[in-house]
Design a protein around this ligand. Structure first.
Ligand code: GAP
Length: 434
């Protein structure tokens, strides 16, 4: 068994260009992380897969990309201005602040006593425009869901969808977490992939069950193993203010079993609240001749950053290959940031380099996520590609050039997981990798 620790994941992620601390040269900014060249490829693969699976391949879904800054009244209506808060305590001696549910009765920094617990609103507040007065207050959205609810009427008016149907959105959301921690698990700036699925009120249970299965199917598609994911029925009193039923999908992270995704039954809470506060009719005609109804909502919510952390944890593997210890990321091929790497056997043989460049360009035209590597010896290149989870390494050698005439225009292709190499014709490379 591989002993996966957060130290190992954070170190690999930085060393290999997946994830860097935010604003690092200035000492960082707590709760922010920057995705490097490989991180952004991994992230885009995950988001594209999600979008394709839940928007493009379905007939009952449409997409949206709403503004992050929203009218403050939307967050008043949704209950976030009054209720989206965490319990905060401050040490009377050193003034450090903590979430009261994450500390004992003494300050972990200096042993001092805490003052009264008070509620700390987690929304980032800003001002839109040049005046800093109450009327210019705006909030960075704390969940992407808000943009979906306020566009419900627009989408119904443009597309006249029939129930049940869903609106999906991928985008940034911001929470001023009191204690950001555990790398990209709890951050202040995150990305969410959310669906608000609108149903007839008496059909919510069927939709809830369907989305529960769909969420597991997504985990399968990105390579998060089912036995590492556990459903938790969130009890009364612990659910968000808008939810009548919530299942948390928890994952076995190196620091414990914690929430990966959430599935909530939001009833008609949001549409009714926005209709009341804005005056806009947020209802839909379900049956001709009958009065419009306010649909109920099932909400599958996926955190992109937590998906990445779960994928990195699941993929991190240490084994032995050729008698040597090695470390590799056993990414599912669909999410791997680089699909194949192409090497000339030797860097200083122009004819090898030219042939390798030809193969590289041919592949890259069809599959953009292809990497060129001619640095160091072949063994080192394999290790480097293993560490970033590249499924295939392709080497162009003298046989490719025709040193053994019957092997002309063949290359070796090495499998990341087994380390085994096979000789195949250049003509078959594309179909093998695709
Ligand atoms: N619209 C529903 C909603 O926002 P949530 O449980 O507060 O519900 C949904 O958040 C998902 O967003 C979580 O399951 C998690 O994946 C992700 N998430 C929430 N807060 C986060 C944070 N501070 N850092 C990283 N991801 C977070």
């Amino acid at each position: 068994m591989t002993d996966v620790t957060m130290e190992k994941i954070v170190s690999l992620a930085k060393r290999r260009g997946f994830i860097y601390p935010g604003s690092e040269i200035y000492g960082g900014l707590s709760g922010t992380w920057d995705y490097g060249p490989l991180g952004v490829e991994l992230k885009n693969n995950i988001k594209n897969l999600w979008w394709r699976m839940f928007v493009q391949e379905r007939d009952d879904m449409c997409g949206l990309d709403a503004a992050i800054l929203m009218n403050a009244r939307a967050w008043e209506a949704s209950g976030h201005v009054s209720g989206f808060s965490d319990p905060l305590v401050e040490c009377k001696k050193c003034k450090h602040r903590f979430r009261s549910d994450q500390v004992e009765d003494k300050c972990p920094e200096c042993g001092g006593h805490f003052g009264e617990v008070r509620q700390f609103n987690m929304m980032f507040k800003t001002h839109a425009g040049a005046t800093e007065e109450e009327s210019s207050v705006s909030y960075l959205r704390p969940e992407t869901a808000g943009g979906i609810f306020v566009n419900f009427k627009n989408i119904v008016d443009s597309f006249h969808p029939k129930l049940p149907f869903g609106i999906a959105q991928i985008g940034k959301a911001f929470r001023n977490e009191i204690a950001p921690r555990d790398f990209i698990f709890r951050v202040r700036e995150m990305e969410q992939m959310e669906i608000e699925y609108f149903v007839r009120p008496n059909e919510w249970e069927v939709a809830f069950e369907e989305w529960r299965q769909n969420m597991h199917a997504f985990n399968d598609a990105v390579g998060i193993p089912r036995d590492a994911v556990h459903e938790l029925e969130v009890p009364d009193g612990e659910r968000a203010h808008y939810s009548k039923r919530t299942i948390d999908f928890e994952f076995d992270f190196p620091f414990g079993r914690k929430e990966l995704y959430g599935l909530a039954y939001r009833t008609d809470f949001d549409l009714s609240a926005h209709a009341k506060a804005s005056g806009a009719p947020l209802s839909i005609i379900d049956k001709e001749g009958e009065p419009p109804i306010v649909p109920h909502v099932i909400e599958p919510s996926f955190g992109v950053d937590r998906t990445i952390l779960a994928i990195l944890t699941s993929a991190y593997t240490e084994d032995e290959l050729g008698g040597e210890p090695r470390l590799y990321l056993k990414f599912n091929k669909a999410v791997a940031p680089i699909k194949a790497a192409v090497f000339p056997l030797l860097k200083n043989k122009p004819e090898l380099v030219a042939k390798a460049r030809e193969v590289y360009s041919m592949l890259k035209k069809q599959i953009p996520q292809i990497m060129w590597d001619d640095n160091g010896n072949i063994g080192k290149r394999y290790r480097r590609q293993d560490e970033i989870g590249t499924p295939y390494c392709i080497t162009i050698d003298f046989d490719t050039l025709g040193e053994e005439p019957e092997l002309k225009d063949t290359v070796t292709i090495r499998d990341r997981d087994t380390g085994e190499q096979e000789r195949i014709s250049i003509d078959n490379l594309l179909s093998r990798i695709a």
